[in-house]
Write a protein that binds this ligand. Structure first.
Ligand code: G
Ligand code: G
Ligand code: MN
Ligand code: NA
Length: 254
């Protein structure tokens, strides 16, 4: 309740920030883009993890406001980086099941892109398996609309949720993200290795890219590259940082 009370108005008071974590090509380690991760710095509560406040924001009906701020801020930042001459990067952001289901979500994305004059292919929307499995027909239409605009779609935390492979192949997903809990035990856990390899093969067979999250060591990065993973993300490749510091992840100008 205290948390909910502090959360009301937090967006307008400027208490939210996005941090950007680099995503890199598994072979060259070149930057391919960033994942935007929301951070709430509450004057009363200090830093509160999105894992804690997003579910409360959903219960309180505050996600339309927070989600609109996120996509607007992502597009504003993309424009700033484009204006600085940076090219060929995407920015991924997370969308909960509730946000994806909301009528008006697609318009919010379209508006933010147009206000900031950002190419739609810059945006990569990270969805979870469970968010695809509720109201499948409606979600299918929503994803088709997003695809028509030109945004990319990723399936986050892959392997941890409940999803039907039969549906998976029908959705226009561009990228599977191997959940960090399967990366944690690499390269030593045979079970994690088997799961990671299976997801890589599945993604490629379905003509999707595959990335691994939570990569914390050089050994894990090398192991995943050998498995055929396309992209890597995790502390080994770079920690989430506020935009001014995250800019340093771009390659130096030629
Ligand atoms: O960065 P961190 O580990 O604290 O993120 C915790 C969780 O919060 C992750 O599941 C992440 O997907 C989610 N999250 C981070 N930013 C956002 C956001 O902008 N919107 C939504 N819906 N979830 C987010
Ligand atoms: O659910 P989602 O995948 O969107 O959330 C990613 C979460 O993982 C974020 O909270 C981010 O801060 C965190 N994260 C990113 N890289 C690493 C890592 O290398 N190790 C750990 N433990 N967490 C990470
Ligand atoms: Mn994510
Ligand atoms: Na994830």
């Amino acid at each position: 309740l205290t948390l909910g009370r502090s959360l009301r108005g937090a967006v307008q008071r400027g208490e939210m920030e996005l941090h950007y974590q680099p995503q890199r090509d598994a072979t060259s380690l070149a930057l391919t883009g960033f994942e935007a991760l929301i951070r709430w710095i509450s004057p009363e509560l200090g830093r509160v993890s999105p894992a804690r406040f997003i579910p409360i924001a959903e219960t309180l009906g505050m996600m339309p406001e927070i989600g609109e701020w996120v996509v607007g801020e992502v597009c504003r930042q993309a424009r700033e980086w484009l204006d600085q001459g940076h090219r060929d990067f995407e920015i991924a952001f997370n969308v909960s099941a509730q946000e994806l289901q909301r009528p008006g979500f697609v318009d919010q994305v379209r508006d933010a892109l147009s206000v900031h004059e950002v190419p739609a292919s810059t945006l990569n929307i990270e969805l979870t398996e469970s968010s695809l499995m509720e109201n499948v027909d409606r979600v299918r239409r929503t994803l088709a609309e997003l695809r028509a605009i030109g945004t990319r779609l990723s399936l986050d935390d892959f392997g941890t949720g409940y999803s039907s492979l039969a549906y998976l192949k029908q959705f226009p997903i561009d990228k599977l993200k191997i959940d960090q809990r399967f990366v944690r035990g690499l390269p030593y856990s045979d079970d994690d290795a088997a799961i990671a390899q299976t997801i890589v093969v599945l993604a490629h067979q379905l003509r999707m890219r595959v990335s691994a999250e939570g990569v914390e060591t050089g050994e894990q990065a090398e192991f995943l590259r050998k498995l055929g993973c396309d992209e890597l993300q995790g502390y080994y490749l770079g920690r989430p940082a506020a935009a001014p510091s995250a800019s340093a992840f771009f390659p130096a100008a030629q």
